[in-house]
Design a protein. Structure first.
Length: 251
């Protein structure tokens, strides 16, 4: 479903992403981890077509992001760290607006908008103005716009940032439900977050990057099978890489 092949992004002499490769199969839920500045958001923006890579390429559902950019984008639902919401619009009008942008056929639009609102727990606030909603509900609207065209792939960047514990639990359960899916509508998910228990609760595999380079790609069960939690492993990996940088003169 997702194939990243030697993705790189440079800004002059600064290398933000350095030859990252990985693949995500149908129905997989992958935690995409790394410290601040590791290159996670840049990688996800390249996968979604919002940012062109300097080198390498990617395929989404078999569509090359260079050769078939429109088809690749249609296959992805993207929730950036700051959802692109219009606070003056109602929930329904905004999700309908996104459905139009995503080329949802007119005859299907009403049903798909309603289904997205229902799946994201927004039916009761569908006529509310977005600017009057709590941050947790605005995140739900962000998820609704990501899934309204029923894409097979979801890429979620820090979907619970800034939420309170109750809201985090609600959004976490919503993502788990979207990932679990039902039959052919099942989503493949890449989830970037700093909340490691979230990864343990939802994901089955972890890809970790640091300084733009992939450092870990393994099933979650394999990483924690010796009894260590993901948080301890994350800290160990980052500190090990930092020490290696010093030894090799990169720090």
């Amino acid at each position: 479903m997702i194939e990243a092949m030697n993705l790189s992004k440079r800004y002059g002499d600064v290398v933000a992403v350095d030859g990252v490769s990985f693949s995500v199969g149908r129905g997989e839920v992958v935690g995409f981890l790394g410290p601040n500045g590791a290159g996670k958001t840049t990688t996800m923006r390249m996968l979604t077509g919002f940012l062109p890579p300097t080198d390498g390429t990617a395929r989404i559902c078999g569509h090359d992001i260079f050769e078939e950019p429109l088809e690749a984008r249609r296959a992805v639902g993207y929730l950036p760290e700051m959802p692109p919401l219009y606070p003056e619009m109602t929930v329904t009008s905004y999700v309908d607006y996104v459905a139009r942008i995503k080329d949802v056929p007119r005859r299907e639009r009403r049903d798909k908008v309603g289904r997205a609102l229902e799946r994201c727990g927004l039916a009761d606030v569908s006529r509310r103005v977005i600017g009057t909603l709590s941050k947790g509900y605005r995140q739900r609207v962000g998820l609704a716009q990501a899934i309204v065209h029923e894409p097979p792939v979801l890429i979620l960047d820090e979907p619970t940032i800034g939420l309170d514990p109750i809201q985090i639990g609600e959004i976490r359960q919503l993502i788990a439900d979207l990932a679990g899916g039902d039959g052919d509508s099942r989503h493949t998910v890449i989830l970037s977050t700093h909340i490691l228990p979230e990864v343990e609760a939802i994901c089955r595999r972890v890809v970790m990057i640091r300084d733009g380079r992939k450092t870990v790609d393994a099933p979650l069960a394999e990483l924690i099978r010796d009894g260590h939690g993901l948080e301890e492993l994350f800290a160990r990996q980052v500190s090990h890489d930092a020490a290696q940088d010093v030894a090799e003169g990169r720090a």
